[in-house]
Design a protein around this ligand. Structure first.
Ligand code: 1GP
Length: 258
């Protein structure tokens, strides 16, 4: 079933409107925290809520989705660290294939396990070529995935990997430095990947200032993902969303006028 998440992503991409997703880790907040962040996400005009984590050690996922959906109609997308993170009450799920790695479980094994459960839900399935990029220090994502991230200065490897993902039929490419990354992915690498694929490009990991967010979108990200920074400053969501939207709307307007 299609709930329109991909349509929204594609429509905004075609218009040149940059988009923002907030990543909520169900382990890191309680019910009051879920309500607060959902309200903030709603007020800020965020485009999507990603929910999940590389490693979850609570059973908060279903409750987290429930509370967020009670507060806002911003689409909820599961960003799963494992097949245990499937919940049919969200709107969509990133069906991640870790194409930067060579771990067969994360290229096909987990998908086989998840497929019959997903088939019974109404989740919109978003086949996503997921690329971990080295960000200066090991992250939970790189450790838990038992895979080597692409070196941060090897744009050619990133480009070829993204192109292969597109040729394999993925519908999205997600370049991730990992949650809490020390360094954001370089503009050079983002631009190189962007100019070699037609798919929507998601970029995340270590985006903790408005300047970093803008540099990622200017380099070619269609959607940026912000996680950790919102935990330290809840109003970062408002600042970053307002800046990204103002900048990309004014660029779209000036393109129409010229
Ligand atoms: C990680 O891209 C996300 O998968 C978000 O990263 O928590 O560093 O913002 P941060």
């Amino acid at each position: 079933m299609t709930t329109g998440v991909y349509d929204k992503l594609i429509t905004n991409k075609k218009k040149g409107l940059k988009q923002v997703a907030v990543l909520v880790d169900p382990d890191k907040l309680n019910d009051v925290g879920f309500e607060e962040i959902a309200s903030n996400i709603h007020d800020a005009g965020v485009d999507f809520v990603f929910i999940g984590g590389s490693l979850l050690s609570t059973d908060n996922l279903a409750n987290c989705i429930k509370i967020i959906k009670e507060v806002t109609d911003v689409p909820t997308i599961i960003f799963p660290g494992s097949p245990l993170q499937i919940d049919g009450s969200a709107d969509a799920i990133l069906f991640l294939s870790l194409i930067s790695g060579r771990n067969p479980e994360l290229l096909i094994g987990s998908h086989v396990i998840a497929a019959p459960y997903l088939k019974k839900t109404n989740l919109e399935i978003l086949p996503t070529g997921y690329m971990l990029i080295d960000s200066g220090k090991p992250t939970t994502a790189s450790y838990m995935s038992n895979s080597l991230p692409i070196p941060h200065n090897k744009s050619d490897i990133a480009v070829c990997t993204a192109m292969a993902g597109e040729m394999l039929g993925m519908k999205i490419i997600y370049m991730d430095g990992g949650s809490g990354a020390s360094n954001v992915i370089s503009e050079k690498m983002i631009t190189a990947v962007k100019s070699n694929i037609d798919l929507p490009l998601i970029v995340g990991g270590g985006i903790n200032t408005v300047e970093k967010a803008i540099s990622c979108t200017e380099a070619g990200a269609d959607l940026i993902v912000v996680g950790n920074a919102t935990e330290k400053n809840p109003y970062f969501i408002n600042e970053v969303t307002a800046s990204i939207k103002a900048k990309s709307s004014s660029e779209v307007s000036s393109n129409i006028e010229s």
